[in-house]
Design a protein around this ligand. Structure first.
Ligand SMILES: [Cu+2]
Length: 121
């Protein structure tokens, strides 16, 4: 092999490596903002129950809901102002609390006997 070519390749690799060291993107330290999502579920569904069945939130707050039951459930307000939609087993959903303070009854769409109350302050 031609020595010049070998040297050229080595120089190219070294320069490339140094350039990479210099220009490589700064470590991405920002993590996904959690401002717009509930960090953890606030309401847990299990054994055909909402827990807690009465929950107080601030107006417009995002509320996380997790379904730990073996069947699908939803958290649906009686007046349809909020709804997680159907949540399968293990799934987490959320809804945004109404912006008007008040007491809002909710239920599970497939199981209307499952009820709870959201207090918006
Ligand atoms: Cu249900």
């Amino acid at each position: 092999m031609n020595k010049k070519i070998v040297i050229a390749i080595l120089v190219f690799l070294v320069v490339g490596f140094l350039a990479w060291l210099y220009f490589k993107p700064a470590k991405i330290t920002t993590t996904q903002s959690t401002n717009d999502t509930a960090a953890t579920a606030d309401i847990t569904i299990s054994n055909f129950n909402f827990s807690p069945s009465s929950f107080t939130v601030n107006a417009g707050q995002k509320v996380g809901v997790v379904n730990k039951d073996s069947v699908q459930h939803s958290l649906t307000s009686d007046d349809k102002s909020f709804d997680t939609g159907l949540l399968s087993t293990g799934r987490e959903g959320s809804f945004t609390a109404p912006t008007v303070p008040g007491t809002y009854k909710f239920h599970c769409a497939p199981h209307p006997d499952m009820t709870g109350t959201l207090i918006v302050q």
